[in-house]
Ligand binder design. Structure first.
Ligand code: CDP
Length: 259
């Protein structure tokens, strides 16, 4: 393993733990790029459906994903707080967020060849610099050297309640028990697939969010980020300590880093 990448924050966790909402807000607060890897798996499912490819055909879906331009753009008022997703210029932001797409995507994400292609795209985006990146395998596979790794979770019941609210806001009216069942099924698929199953990296901080609001979680993540990116308490060069004591106030911002 190389040196920890101080300015990369990896957030993993099961379906409905609130990762994408808090990751996006955290990235906004810090001025970092937000990379929603789940959206890339969803976009690959969309590509397979659009091209009438069997959802088990890993080779064909991987080739399609590899040859397509999957773009993530910042959320705006048209996208209900979700990042906007485009494939070869066509916007698919809303289509990929339905309950059906969630269920199909858990299957696509189990295909090793698709993962290889998407992981490479994710690393390419992350190379641009400061980022918050969320998914299932970020701390374990995609960016094992991230400077801060968080495993965000909540009980299945809490996650089903959150998903119900979210879908209701999109005009869907799913039954709670059906959602709970779907959450448990997705957990099972995500945790038991052969390639890159969902698991907590040994050095990830676990945050159980059952009794926390979104803002509570974002605050806690900001605190963790500050803590993780503090300069070493015992610098080798004592004069460096003086410099740090005067210059270190807050998390470095993306702008500061580029200057
Ligand atoms: O928002 P939600 O947690 O429901 O799902 P998502 O993050 O959009 O991810 C959709 C699906 O993609 C998940 O059920 C996973 O099966 C898969 N996924 C993955 O395998 N690896 C990732 N890094 C991100 C998502």
């Amino acid at each position: 393993m190389g040196h920890p990448q101080a300015l990369q924050i990896a957030i993993d966790g099961p379906a409905g733990a609130g990762k994408s909402t808090v990751a996006r807000k955290l990235a906004d607060h810090l001025g970092y790029l937000y990379i929603d890897t789940g959206a890339m798996y969803r976009a690959s499912t969309w590509l397979a459906l659009k091209n009438d490819i069997a959802l088990t055909d890993g080779d064909a879906i991987a080739a399609l994903a590899s040859n397509s331009n999957i773009q993530l753009k910042p959320a705006d008022e048209s996208s209900d707080g979700k990042i906007r997703v485009f494939v070869d210029g066509q916007e698919i932001t809303h289509e990929i967020r339905t309950q059906r797409m969630s269920e199909l995507t858990a299957g696509i994400a189990a295909l090793g060849k698709v993962r290889v292609v998407l992981v490479e795209k994710q690393r390419e985006l992350a190379r641009e610099g400061f980022c918050v990146i969320d998914g299932r395998d970020i701390g374990t596979v995609v960016m094992p050297d991230a400077g801060l790794k968080v495993f965000l979770t909540a009980s299945p019941e809490e996650r089903a309640r959150r998903r119900q609210k979210e879908l209701a806001a999109q005009g869907e009216t799913p039954d709670f028990e059906a959602l709970l069942k779907a959450i448990n099924e997705r957990d099972y698929l995500d945790c038991n697939r052969a390639v890159s199953p969902l698991m907590r990296a040994v050095d990830a901080v676990e945050l159980i969010t059952d009794n926390m609001t979104i803002d509570d979680v974002v605050l806690e993540l900001e605190r963790l980020a500050k803590e993780a990116f503090q300069p070493s308490p015992e610098p080798v060069n004592p004069r460096a300590q003086e410099r740090e004591a005067t210059s270190y106030q807050e998390m470095p911002s993306a702008q500061e880093a580029s200057t």
